[in-house]
Ligand binder design. Structure first.
Ligand code: FAD
Length: 353
């Protein structure tokens, strides 16, 4: 690697909501830091969603630390509203976000880490990964997939019903993206929504606020050695946001069992039934965007990353924020990431002193 041009106490990789929440607390702690973000504009993953996406919760319950999200025209805000909020948040707290900067890899050395980017290196005793998951869509492989002549895409690429009008569309996956995309398509396409088991809707009054409360209660109970009260997954998989609730209540959201294989024309089920399909949309989730760490020996045998709080047990001074409950209760949500960011900056303070 080239000579380190710039040094900071903390290099944050990723300038989505997790990176910004970290920035808020790093600023308050008086530490020097930089936030390196691959995108050209503020907003992280919210720049890559579809127009009909609605937040699980009203605006005021989707806020980062310090500043409430302003109310939106509709009760559950859309992604544009979140992007405006995140842009304003960066400005308001004067956060040092550098973009577009892609981190290629991280090198661990005697005096900390070197963060190697496409526009020079940064040296820092502390590195926080906040790269989210959006850039790593996950697709399982299914028999016959290569022979299928229709189109295949991932929810990460979904931009609305436009290209699917009057098509036979297979939506695969029983979580929020699958339900929201199926609901978005039912008026204009012939939708086959495939999932394992029955759709598990959360009670209609459960929103992001309640999810965060349940996730927090579970973590606190575990820490106190109390019986596990059950996490968010015990409540269900699908938040009944208004468009999903409407389609479900109108009887339009019909779940099919998981298909067995692709054919050239479509899919078949174990009982021998078949359906012609023009387009398949995989709503099968994401993996943490951590390719920049591939030069480090950071994973356990089973592929997981061992953490104490949010700090790597293998590389002290390296942290992980915002990826899911394994990096803090509700840390992959707007309402939840603040508490994890605060605890992380407290831990960074101890690490540095
Ligand atoms: P991101 O927003 O993905 O930000 C990470 C940033 O890091 C990106 O800008 C990325 O380009 C950058 N980056 C990645 N790799 C590198 C690299 N090597 N170098 C430099 N930069 C890099 N949450 C809620 O709170 N409420 C909801 O209603 C809600 N609905 C959702 C609906 C869907 C369909 C999905 C998919 C998610 C939803 N979420 C919701 C979840 C969550 O809020 C988002 O996933 C959130 O964007 C995660 O924020 P983040 O900052 O961790 O990651």
């Amino acid at each position: 690697t080239s000579a380190v041009a710039r040094r900071v106490d903390v290099a944050v990789i990723g300038g989505g909501q997790a990176g910004l929440a970290l920035g808020y607390y790093l600023r308050r702690a008086g530490l020097s830091f930089v936030i390196l973000d691959q995108q050209s504009h503020p907003g992280g993953a919210w720049q890559h969603t579809w127009p009909s996406l609605r937040l699980f919760s009203p605006a005021q319950y989707s806020s980062l630390p310090g500043r409430l999200m302003p109310p939106s025209a509709v009760e559950n805000p859309d992604a544009g509203h979140v992007i405006d909020y995140l842009s304003d948040y960066e400005d308001r707290y004067n956060l040092p976000v550098e973009r577009p900067v892609e981190v290629a890899h991280v090198v661990s050395g005697q005096t900390g880490f070197t963060v190697v980017t496409d526009s020079g290196d940064w040296g820092a005793p502390v590195v926080v990964n906040a790269t989210g998951t959006w850039s790593q869509p996950f697709w399982p492989s299914v028999p016959g997939q290569a022979a299928f002549r229709g189109t295949q895409s991932h929810s990460a690429d979904y931009r609305g019903p436009g290209q699917f009008v009057n098509k036979s569309v297979l939506v695969i996956g029983g979580a929020n993206s699958g339900a929201q995309i199926a609901a978005d398509l039912v008026d204009s396409a012939e939708v086959t929504w495939c999932l394992r088991g029955e759709p598990r809707y959360l009670p209609d009054d459960v929103d992001g606020r309640e999810l965060f409360r349940v996730a927090t209660r579970q973590v606190q109970a575990r820490a106190a050695g109390e019986p596990d009260p059950g996490g968010v997954a015990s409540l269900g998989d699908i938040v009944a946001v208004p468009p999903v609730k409407e389609a479900r209540d109108a009887g339009l959201l019909i779940a099919s069992p998981m298909f067995e294989r692709f054919t050239a024309e479509g899919v078949t089920w174990p009982d021998g039934s078949a359906r012609r399909i023009d387009s398949a949309i995989w709503c099968t989730g994401f993996r943490p965007a951590l390719r920049h760490l591939r030069g480090l020996d950071i994973r356990e045998q089973d592929g997981t990353i061992s953490l104490s709080g949010t700090e790597s047990t293998r590389y002290p001074g390296m942290y992980f924020v915002g990826y899911g409950d394994w990096t803090g209760p509700g840390s992959a949500t707007l309402i939840g990431v603040g508490a994890t960011a605060k605890a992380t900056v407290d831990s960074i303070g101890h690490h540095l002193h």
